[in-house]
Design a protein around this ligand. Sequence first.
Ligand code: SAH
Length: 254
Amino acid sequence: MSGSLSVVGLGPGGPGQQTAETAAVLAAADAVYGYTPYLARVPEVPGQARCASDNREEIERAGAALARAAAGARVVVVSGGDPGVFAMAAAVCEAVERGPAEWRALDVSILPGVTAMLAVAARVGAPLGHDFCALSLSDNLKPWPVVEQRLRAAAGAGFALALYNPASRARPWQLARALELLLEHLPASTPVVFGRAVGRAGERVSIVPLVKAPAEPADMSTLVLVGSPETRVVERPGRPALVYTPRTAQRDGA
Ligand code: SAH
């Protein structure tokens, strides 16, 4: 039997937001690798090996999964959301590039999933309805000055922003610093959406103006969407407001 490696996106949380092709590939796998909380979302299959590892061990996990596939197993690596967005697909590609020649001969497939920014955006309307930009605020894999430079460039160019990895216990100040920097480039009234654990137990979504955003709580299950200067809030009687970015851009983004 020749082995294979699939990198699978589980979506943001709820089984209804996971694609059908990923469920079929998971059910047929000999071994499933992933960060412990993501593996917990995968239904157990008798005889299937489960290889849980810590969040920070992505390249080791990718190497172990590739080695097992090279030995003939059908291996799946799981990511939350989409595996290509700040997740395992890039780690697998990196391991293939650095690894033994036989890994390049393997059948590798990447199965997309609903990424967190789309799940959060859908909860409130269409804040990513026009040009937008996704950034990770984590400075584990890039220096903080690069984060600031990219935030300035993106806000200055008029993009709406999706901020992944906004905060954790080890990174308590980065989000407030990022929002204060954005206030130098954007109107104080710019809508900001905080989406926490969307699609999972404990979901919480709030909409605040940028000037109040640094005081909002955020953790590692939160995604932050910052509007562009065009983004609008439509109040509705008895229903949550709609946040959207119009399909046409009027200003020069400066
Ligand atoms: N591959 C994932 C992102 C991994 S980075 C994806 O495509 O969604 C991890 C970050 O994603 C978290 O810090 C948070 O910002 C965001 N995130 C993941 N799942 C989320 C959810 N259900 N609700 C809100 N944000 C989420």
